[in-house]
Design a protein around this ligand. Structure first.
Ligand code: PXP
Length: 252
């Protein structure tokens, strides 16, 4: 089984900064700490309403990731404005996500089946610029097939429903994990790289990391919350250790 990469999403460092309109805490400093603590890459979501990450943050994150030779995963909605920003920076990767202004976070995956007329040309233009394009989708085999047909190289499976069911001790959790496993296997059959993210914590990381096709996890909110108590570096190191343990026990 391949080594599982960890992308650290630093959006919510910016959420705390923006709550007071100050310049701190700085998400770029958080990215530096995350990389030093063993993150394989940095993920940041530039939302249309700029509620957390700003354009200036993206400018600086692109510089530090390039300088350190680590991937920046630029998350954005499928809009002409976001596509232009991605093309201007040419990050290692772009993850296309659905976005509704009223939502608290990214609730549910991109409907690639319904949106393929807009998504396919955006994927084509980003990929032509050398950006690895990922689509954030629900664990649904029809969405996986649609992602393949629009030319994505990667699918990121939305783990939010599963993680929430585990936290609330709901019996559906097992079935939701089964959906993630099935979608990951289907994506791999199509030759897509499989990532997973949303809502992952120290408990849910294990079953998700055990899915053999998953190559990368993107984790943010829990790590930033945990950083308040134990520091960002130690929180990332603990998550990394749990990922490695899960991978080793799945391979045994
Ligand atoms: N992956 C994607 C595509 C996301 O939109 C998010 C949330 O911004 C994450 C991963 C990280 O989710 P969380 O912050 O809940 O760990």
């Amino acid at each position: 089984m391949s080594r599982l990469r960890l992308g650290v999403n630093i959006d919510h460092v910016a959420t705390v900064r923006n709550a007071r309109g100050e310049g701190y805490p700085d998400p770029v400093r958080a990215a530096e700490v995350a990389l030093a603590a063993g993150a394989d890459g940095i993920t940041a979501h530039l939302r249309e309403d700029r509620r957390h990450i700003s354009d200036a943050d993206i400018d600086q994150l692109a510089v530090i990731c390039r300088r350190r030779g680590r991937p920046l995963n630029f998350e954005c909605a499928v809009t002409p404005e976001m596509e232009a920003i991605a093309l201007a920076h040419r990050p290692h990767a772009a993850c296309l996500v659905p976005e509704r202004r009223e939502e608290v976070t990214t609730e549910g995956g991109l409907n690639v089946l319904r949106g393929q007329n807009a998504i396919a040309p955006a994927v084509r233009r980003l990929a032509a610029a050398g950006i690895r394009v990922s689509l954030f989708i629900d664990a649904d085999e029809a969405q996986v097939a649609a992602a393949k047909s629009v030319g994505a190289q990667v699918v990121e499976l939305h783990t939010g429903a599963y993680c929430e069911a585990v936290r609330e001790r709901r019996p559906q959790a097992e079935a939701l994990l089964g959906n993630l496993r099935a979608a990951a296997a289907r994506a791999a059959e199509f030759g897509l790289e499989v990532h997973a993210g949303h809502g992952i914590d120290y408990e849910t990381v294990k079953p998700i990391a055990e899915i053999p096709e998953v190559a990368e996890l993107n984790i943010g909110h829990f790590l930033i919350g945990e950083a308040i108590f134990i520091g960002l570096g130690p929180a990332i190191q603990r998550m990394r250790a749990l990922m490695d343990e899960a991978r080793a026990s799945a391979a045994a």
